[in-house]
Design a protein around this ligand. Structure first.
Ligand SMILES: [Zn+2]
Ligand SMILES: [Zn+2]
Length: 419
């Protein structure tokens, strides 16, 4: 018989780790809704053009990493490699710009990139992201950064660094690009092959390169913030002053340009020293032109995405996660008791109490062993004697205390204990 395995670079997420995932998702939902962000569920597949248009033809994602295939009608379909483009496609398609601005959304779910498998990188990976569309007010940029920090604090991740930058807009970035190309032109052949390719198509991304040689070679490169036009400069300065007002501990990182073509003005990244080379926990920025690119009206917008796997990794190292366990294990001896046990189990489940029973009628001893293994808080024991007297024995496994209660008082007994 063939034994199947998951595809390369794709992982199953099982209990108990799944409880960490649920905690992260729940916390995100709680924090984001305080800021007025509502959930939007866009599909996982889109026309390939949606991603080429937004991410940019000459990016690594579009060139090498997309899961693209033809459907039965010969249309080119792509599994989403990121979450912003589908939200923007939906925003334009459903004319959400007719609603009051800004419209604020969050999403969570799997993304797909055909990357070289390496530690902490998956081909199906999960992101939680937010998008706010409809205003260029830097208050929104600040709000999003504060929301991100509140979320990371609430799930209990410490030792993070918040890096911000502005990469200008279509008015001022060409000047910067020129200056950068000028600086690089004499020595580009000394850079890594990737950077040499970027020099032609996407020179700003050379600033992002993590290759040691490249980092050394770009010392003294012109800074994008020195080239901002007045509007972009004002926008960035206003954001920084808001962040200071709100006690937000930012660091300016002039090299942070973000990998995707659609970013304008504010960009930011949250990094952790605990993660090694793949140290980005969350990243985002403005994309003031993207809605227009998709055929909508001029609509400045900003968003970020969080990498679930990295947050899980950070939490695993520090979190004392309470793994849920059954409240009550109903142990029975004999056919009549088994039936009474089933009826009782259902009554308790209706009250929202997690009940486990034993299957295939093993001995009492092995039922108790199982209750222990499951970390049940209580065992209820029902046998012929109990049926006769109408009382059941209970035992609390944590301290071994025990007692008896009338069968019909059992639901009350657990309700009184806050279950
Ligand atoms: Zn390089
Ligand atoms: Zn500008």
């Amino acid at each position: 018989m063939t034994r199947y395995t998951a595809l390369k670079g794709i992982q199953d997420i099982l209990p108990p780790e799944i409880y960490l995932w649920q905690k992260i998702e729940q916390t995100a939902k709680n924090v984001f809704s305080v800021y007025g962000f509502q959930e939007l569920r866009a599909p996982i597949i889109e026309s390939t053009d949606v991603f080429i248009r937004s991410i940019g033809e000459t990016t690594d994602i579009v060139e090498k990493e997309m899961y693209t295939f033809s459907d039965k009608a010969g249309r080119s379909i792509t599994l989403r490699p990121e979450g912003t483009a589908p939200v923007v496609r939906c925003y334009v398609q459903d004319r959400l710009y007719d609603l009051p601005s800004p419209q604020k959304f969050f999403y969570s779910g799997p993304m797909f990139r055909h990357e070289r498998p390496q530690k902490g990188r998956f081909r199906q990976f999960y992101q939680i992201g937010v998008e706010a569309l409809g205003t260029s007010d830097p208050k929104l940029d600040a709000e999003i950064l504060l929301m991100l920090r509140l979320f990371l604090e609430q799930i209990g991740i410490k030792g993070l660094s918040y890096e911000v930058n502005s990469i200008g807009d279509e008015k001022c970035r060409p000047d910067y690009k020129k200056a950068l190309l000028n600086f690089l032109s004499g020595k580009i052949h000394e850079f890594c092959p990737d950077c040499q390719r970027r020099y032609k198509y996407n020179p700003l991304r050379i600033l992002d390169c993590k290759v040691k040689e490249c980092i050394k070679l770009r010392v003294g490169a012109p800074k994008v913030t020195d080239f901002l036009c007045n509007e972009c400069k004002e926008h960035f300065e206003e954001l920084l002053s808001l962040l200071r007002l709100l006690d937000f501990p930012y660091v300016i990182n002039h090299d942070m340009v973000r990998g995707l073509d659609y970013y304008t003005r504010t960009t930011f990244e949250v990094t952790s020293k605990q993660l090694g080379a793949q140290n980005t926990v969350a990243a985002g920025g403005r994309y003031d032109r993207l809605v227009e690119e998709f055929g909508g009206p001029p609509t400045p917008a900003i968003g970020f995405a969080l990498g679930m796997e990295r947050i899980v990794e950070l939490l695993k190292a520090s979190d004392r996660l309470e793994i849920p366990a059954p409240k009550v294990f109903v142990a029975t001896m004999g056919a009549t008791a088994e039936k009474e046990g089933l009826i009782l189990a259902e009554k308790l489940r209706e009250k929202g109490i997690w009940i486990e029973i034993s299957y295939a009628g093993p001995s009492l001893r092995s039922q108790l062993r199982k209750a222990d293994k499951l970390s049940a808080a209580y065992v209820l024991m029902i046998g012929d004697d109990e049926i006769r007297t109408g009382k059941v024995k209970w035992k609390r496994l944590a301290d071994g205390s025990q007692g008896e209660i009338p069968l019909d008082k059992v639901p009350e007994f657990f309700e009184n204990q806050g279950y």
